[in-house]
Design a protein around this ligand. Structure first.
Ligand code: HEM
Length: 496
């Protein structure tokens, strides 16, 4: 008890000193160069201002305080970027200085951050090497082409699952997740993890989600870094156990391949060869598998669910996509990835779903590694985390016409036709931009429209009995990603 009291006092005293010194800094600077923001309280800073879904709350605060805004979270500082122009300045002038990560303490368990391309700072040679490995062996045009057959087979499995459930109500996200959960490992490691829709799919999902949830949980160790060694909430210990569990599964996959001596010509073979040449260590290999698995499954599945939800909400747009599918590929039995090239309207639907409902609405928090960063005339202090509110940027009324409306046509109009998500158009950054741009972009832009096209080609989709398009609830919920608050349920009807 005495220990806890002492801790509380120490925390309070340090926070108060910090608070007073920051007030002095602001006052002393005259025309302060620090970004404006809501007034922080001692100890907690602006935490109480952050209730609600984080990307919505940050957007609301930015409307009051501006597109470059400062928040205090305990002893730490965050700078939030919420407009296209501010994002452009950050990514074009300061990308290198902003390309480290604000690493939550829970992610540090098992020294995972020292092996993970998601968490290592971009200045670290290990990050460059890991990104190099995935760029040349996973996401290069050659590797993607080699795994195309495996990806397409997994989409067929998903369609088979839906055919078995045709006429009944299905949880669309649940089904798609099961399919993608196999698609990712099958494309990279030539294995199936689960039966689509089976409970085991949800078990594995829960394991990965458990880790992501623990990492995203508010943690006093992140707010008051001097408390880290104590891990007061036990979150680092918890993720440690979860990491071990999932690493066990991944190690089993690697050991199985090593023991079988079969070659599959897939990513895992390429990695094992790099390992035999001493270019990748064994525990890096597990970390790469984990990163790809964790970052690649939910993202694709949730994006497909959002696109389907918007189509069911907008029957006119659904009819237009169907017409396009009918006239471009009416006679084909199954749709291949290459067919997506003849479906520009469907691709526009997917882009519009990503604009309105990005799966990672605040990307992954960056960290200012160096001094000398100025955005919008404001200084970003070294050590601050930098949050890009992509959700707000992609609804910025200064850039997007009728930003709240689902209008795929905007991506076919002259004005926005060339706006793409490759990280060059800063008003449209669902995959981020700069050095930290999502390495899975090239795969996602093939897979997401292919799944949506296949779902529509194989089935007519209806809302459950008693739910009209107008009633369909498309509210968002920020967990660690941006999901539908009410999971989408719909009925796949076999097409005759
Ligand atoms: C629709 C699908 C996807 C979306 C919207 C998406 C979005 C993102 C975003 C916003 C980031 C953070 C960018 C930043 O920090 O600025 C990211 C990072 C990452 N993504 Fe994706 N992603 C998708 C699919 C994938 C797939 C399929 C994979 C792998 C198979 C993948 C692997 C990664 C990895 C490893 C990182 C961390 C990269 C780093 O920090 O250097 N993503 N993604």
């Amino acid at each position: 008890m005495a220990n806890e009291l002492w801790l509380l006092w120490a925390t309070f005293a340090v926070s108060l000193l910090y608070y007073l010194s920051s007030l002095r800094r602001v006052a002393g600077n005259g025309a302060s160069r620090l970004p404006p923001g809501p007034r922080p309280l001692p100890l907690v800073g602006n935490l109480l201002d952050l209730r609600g879904h984080l990307h919505h709350t940050l957007a609301r605060l930015a409307r009051i305080h501006g597109p470059v805004m400062r928040l205090k979270m305990g002893l730490t500082t965050a700078v939030v970027v919420s407009s296209r122009d501010a994002a452009r300045e950050a990514f074009t002038r300061h990308d290198r200085r902003l390309a480290a990560r604000a690493v939550p303490d829970a992610a540090r368990a098992s020294r995972f951050v020292e092996r993970s391309m998601i968490w290592l700072p971009s200045s670290d040679p290990r990050w460059r090497s890991l990104r190099g490995v995935v760029a040349s062996h996973v996401f290069s045009p050659r590797s993607l082409a080699a795994a195309r057959g495996a990806r397409e087979r997994k989409v067929l499995d998903l369609l088979r699952y839906l055919r078995d459930h045709a006429g009944g109500e299905v949880d669309v996200g649940h089904a798609v997740y099961g399919g993608v959960l196999n698609l990712v490992p099958s494309a990279f490691f030539s294995i199936d993890v689960v039966d689509v829709g089976a409970e085991s799919a949800q078990g594995l999902r829960k394991l990965v989600e458990g880790i992501i949830e623990a990492i995203a949980k508010p943690n006093v160790s992140d707010l008051f870094p001097f408390l880290r060694p104590l891990d007061l909430q036990g979150l680092r210990r918890r993720t440690g156990r979860q990491y071990e569990e999932i690493f066990g599964v991944l190690d089993g996959i690697i050991d199985g391949r090593l023991a079988s001596k079969d070659t599959h010509g897939d990513f895992l073979d390429a990695l094992l060869e790099l390992m035999s040449l001493g270019k990748v260590a064994r525990d890096n290999l597990t970390a790469i598998l984990f990163d790809i698995f964790a970052a690649g499954t939910d993202t694709i599945a949730i994006t497909v669910e959002w696109a389907m939800a918007e189509l069911l909400k907008n029957p006119g747009i659904m009819a237009k996509v169907r017409m396009e599918l009918e006239s471009a590929l009416g006679n084909k039995e199954t749709i291949e990835e290459v067919d997506v090239a003849s479906l520009p309207y469907l691709v526009a639907v997917v882009k519009e779903a990503m604009r309105l409902h990005p799966v990672a609405p605040i990307l992954l928090p960056h960290l200012a590694e160096e001094d000398g960063v100025e955005i919008g005339g404001y200084t970003v202090p070294k050590g601050s985390s930098v949050i890009f509110n992509a959700w707000a940027i992609m609804r910025d009324p200064a850039v997007w016409e009728r930003p709240e409306e689902f209008m795929p046509e905007r991506f076919l109009d002259k004005q926005a036709a060339n706006v793409d998500f490759k990280g060059k158009d800063f008003e449209f950054i669902p995959f981020g931009a700069g050095r930290r741009l999502c390495p899975g972009l090239s795969m996602s832009e093939r897979v997401v429209p292919h799944i949506v096209a296949s779902l529509l080609h194989g089935f007519d989709w209806r809302l459950p009995e008693g739910v009209s398009a107008e009633q369909l609830d498309l509210s968002e919920k920020f967990t660690t990603v941006n999901v539908l608050a009410v999971p989408l349920r719909a009925v796949p009807v076999l097409r005759t």
